[in-house]
Ligand binder design. Structure first.
Ligand SMILES: [Fe+2]
Ligand SMILES: [Fe+2]
Length: 313
């Protein structure tokens, strides 16, 4: 099967930028969070992910190193929305949940100085950081603010609670299931993002690490479901095949499967033309380490992780 050009992502990139600007203005308090309810960009992104949940997963691969940027909220929203529209029926709560994902760390505006801390936290800063789950009264009391909604407020306030009771702020052992969704996605997004004090984990490594925490840091059954959504080698991963070739994992032509886009020959020599093969884990030796790069010919210039969303069928 021949490789097809990726779908045109200009419009979604534009809309994500608008959303990023809105979120930044909200963090800086020059805009009310309520503006998101009616924001065409918010609507566009939700609908775009609903059309194909895996788009959310792929688009969340664009990262920003600093944890407190709007991009983190956007990525949590993209993945959570994708996951929820992939296999869950949230009904009228869907948009509220997407908004909670977008704003889940908004409590950081209580201690803005922490937003500029690029290193490790001191003990008192760590305590202040933990306060970000409780929303400031003035944000909750504004008429029309999404933060005044009881569901949104609960999901945000519990997004660091965990089943072993060692979460914060209350040590709640049975947090709301949709708070746990935020917790899992937040954790995955954090681990797959580079930080000043550590390298990023690949999606595969992040899932392996998180699997050890299932049942303690988050609901084990829910995490299993998340793993199914993300896949063993999540879309956009690069893998070394057992015969020495290197390939990228892409959405398959039929929705249930993934395809492999083979990039190199067995000796690591880049291919002039892409070849798509059906994904089978039996073919895969291991995930390609992040430092393994191939020098790709011109035809592959557009091959950025965010552009890997091939049209299906
Ligand atoms: Fe948080
Ligand atoms: Fe977060």
């Amino acid at each position: 099967m021949e490789w097809q050009a990726p779908e045109n992502l200009d419009e979604i990139n534009r809309q994500l930028l608008v959303l990023e600007q809105d979120l930044l203005a909200i963090f800086r308090r020059s805009q009310e969070p309520g503006c998101l309810w009616t924001s065409p960009a918010f609507r566009f992104v939700c609908d775009w992910v609903d059309e194909d949940p895996y788009r959310g997963l792929l688009m969340s691969r664009i990262k920003n190193t600093h944890a407190m940027t709007p991009r983190h909220g956007i990525n949590v929203m993209l993945v959570a929305r994708g996951w929820m529209s992939w296999g869950h029926r949230l009904g009228e709560k869907r948009d509220k949940h997407a908004l909670a994902a977008l704003l889940h760390d908004i409590g950081h505006w209580r201690h803005p100085s922490l937003m500029h801390n690029f290193g490790f936290f001191q003990v008192d800063e760590y305590r202040q950081m933990q306060e970000h789950t409780s929303l400031p009264d003035e944000a909750v009391s504004v008429e029309g603010s999404p933060l005044a909604d009881a569901d949104i407020r609960l999901w945000i306030e519990q997004h660091h609670e965990q089943p072993d009771g060692r979460g914060y702020p209350a040590g709640e052992r049975e947090p709301h299931v949709l708070s746990q969704v935020l917790r899992i996605v937040d954790c995955y997004e954090g681990l797959t993002t580079e930080r000043r004090f550590r390298r990023r984990y690949t999606p595969y490594q992040a899932l392996q690490l998180m699997a050890r925490w299932a049942g303690t840091k988050f609901n084990a059954g829910l995490f299993k479901n998340f793993e199914r959504f993300v896949g063993v080698y999540p879309l956009g991963s690069f893998v070394n095949l057992k015969d020495g070739r290197m390939a990228a994992v892409l959405p398959g032509a039929d929705r249930e499967r993934c395809d492999l886009l083979v990039l190199t020959g067995p000796e690591g020599d880049p291919l002039e033309e892409g070849v798509c093969e059906s994904m089978s884990t039996a073919l895969v030796g291991e995930e390609a380490p992040p430092w393994r790069q191939v020098s790709l010919p011109k035809a592959w210039c557009t091959l950025r992780p965010d552009l890997l969303a091939l049209p299906r069928g």
